[in-house]
Design a protein around this ligand. Structure first.
Ligand code: AMP
Length: 389
């Protein structure tokens, strides 16, 4: 739980904050306490803050924000905290929101303890605080048993230097002017809850714890969501950083390669342009190469086809010879192959000679001649017969 306690000086927010710290086991972060400590230790920061504190004015935002940032980022504040006396103006409230958002742990609740001005003055003027244990008393309506001594631990009671009438007046005016806008700020965010700060301390405390217990469950689930959201944001940021670095590297490489250095403004655009030009050129060259290949294929194709056809014809012509050769050839060497081819050639011519023997041819010739003579005689006879008729 991350809670801010709001209330005018003397409203009892410090007392209630201590009780809440005990109950919820959260650290109390009080800018007033831290500044007083710095003043009493005489640190440079304390010396700077002292004058403003003595006058009842606000210490500079720069100082207060630096101590708040350091305190909130300590490990014990991881589980939550109760802020007391901070923020005191709008700038501080906005700075706190930014810081908590960057840590992925936004504020859950702003608790206002409302007390009217007359009651506030009486409380502040009569307020006493134990220097040892911080127990608070009021000389008018909650005095210690022994004057100036703490009932709880016996420690010395202190009347704060700024709890005098003049400074109290200033502090109340500062609250009106600077801190009231902070109350409105949290109201607009829907985080403000108000408790009347009059009556018994225990009753006021009960009212406060009721509110805290109501907000706690949703604060827990919100916290889980915020943790996840913060993790994603971190991942996105890392990714973006890496991508930017890669782009820068590429741009630098392209710049180094190119003869014309691009201007810083157009660096990225120029690089992209060069890259696209180069890839375009490559694509054109590739296309041209493919085109040439296709053309070459087209030109060569008929020749190839012709050659293939010739081969086929030759094969067909040779085929029967080969068949015969293969049949006749004994598989033992080239000489035998040649012999078999010669044999085959002589066999091919032989049937022609065998077909017409010489004697038969002569007889046939004579027969044919006889037949033609007979035919001629017959024709002449026919002619003379026709003439006689
Ligand atoms: P407190 O104890 O909260 O009343 O604070 C005491 C004094 O410390 C104030 O009057 C301021 O001078 C200074 N102070 C404490 N908190 C702040 C703050 N958030 N911003 C500026 N000054 C502060």
């Amino acid at each position: 739980m991350r809670i801010v306690m709001l209330g005018a000086p003397g409203s009892g927010k410090g007392t209630q904050a201590k009780l809440l710290v005990e109950k919820y086991k959260l650290p109390q972060i009080s800018t007033g306490d831290m500044l007083r400590e710095a003043v009493s230790e005489g640190t440079p920061l304390g010396r700077q803050a002292k004058a403003a504190m003595d006058a009842g004015q606000l210490v500079s935002d720069e100082i207060v924000l630096s101590i708040i940032q350091e305190r909130i980022t300590r490990p014990d504040a991881r589980k939550g905290f109760i802020l007391d006396g901070f923020p005191r103006n709008l700038q501080q409230a906005e700075a706190l929101d930014q810081l908590l958002t960057s840590l992925g742990r936004p504020l859950n609740l702003a608790l206002l303890i409302a007390v009217d001005v007359d009651a506030l003055i009486q409380r502040l003027v009569g307020r006493r605080t134990c220097l040892s244990c911080g127990q608070m008393y009021n000389v008018f309506y909650a005095p210690p048993h022994i004057e100036g001594r703490c009932d709880a631990c016996g420690g010395r009671l202190r009347h704060r230097a700024d709890d005098n009438e003049e400074t109290i007046g200033n502090r109340l005016r500062v609250f009106e002017t600077h801190t009231n806008p902070v109350i409105e700020y949290y109201q607009q965010q829907g985080k403000l809850r108000t408790v009347q700060g009059v009556g018994e301390i225990a009753d006021i405390f009960r009212a406060l714890t009721k509110i805290v217990d109501e907000v706690k469950p949703s604060a827990r689930s919100e916290s889980r969501t915020d943790t996840i959201r913060a993790a994603f944001a971190k991942h996105r940021a890392t990714k973006a950083r890496k991508e930017a670095a890669a782009r820068q590297k590429m741009a630098a490489q392209t710049k180094a390669k190119s003869a014309k250095p691009a201007t810083v403004k157009n660096k990225a655009a120029a690089t992209e342009g060069e890259e696209s030009k180069a890839s375009h050129k490559k694509a054109v060259a590739k296309k041209a190469a493919v085109g040439k290949k296709v053309a070459a294929k087209k030109k060569v194709a008929p020749k190839k086809k012709l050659a293939a056809k010739k081969k086929l014809v030759a094969k067909k012509k040779v085929a029967p010879k080969k068949k015969v050769t293969q049949k006749k050839t004994v598989t033992t060497g080239n000489a035998k192959k040649k012999v078999s081819k010669k044999q085959h050639a002589s066999k091919k011519v032989a049937p022609k000679k065998k077909a017409v023997p010489k004697k038969k041819a002569a007889v046939n010739k004579a027969k044919t001649a006889k037949k033609s003579v007979v035919k001629k005689k017959q024709a002449i006879a026919r002619k003379t017969a026709r003439k006689k008729r």
